[in-house]
Design a protein around this ligand. Sequence first.
Ligand code: SF4
Ligand code: F3S
Length: 78
Amino acid sequence: TYVIAEPCMDVKDTACVQECPVDCIYEGDRMLYIHPVECIDCGACEPACPVEAIFYADDVPSEWGQFTAINAEYFEPA
Ligand code: SF4
Ligand code: F3S
């Protein structure tokens, strides 16, 4: 899955949403979240984000590592 990290917070550009072929990027209060099951790993959203908030899960920078869980828990609260 792809993951949205901290740079999206309070930015919410939403350019990523237009690129997603399966509409699996959902808007929350302060940021957007990618549904980890619905995402087909196409990568189309990643270059669309002007603040580079989107990463393939394995490539999320370590300081934002918790965002993989944060995206998943938005859909299925722990
Ligand atoms: Fe949507 Fe593709 Fe981005 Fe996954 S990688 S959120 S399917 S655009
Ligand atoms: Fe956020 Fe970037 Fe999408 S700022 S809404 S991840 S285009």
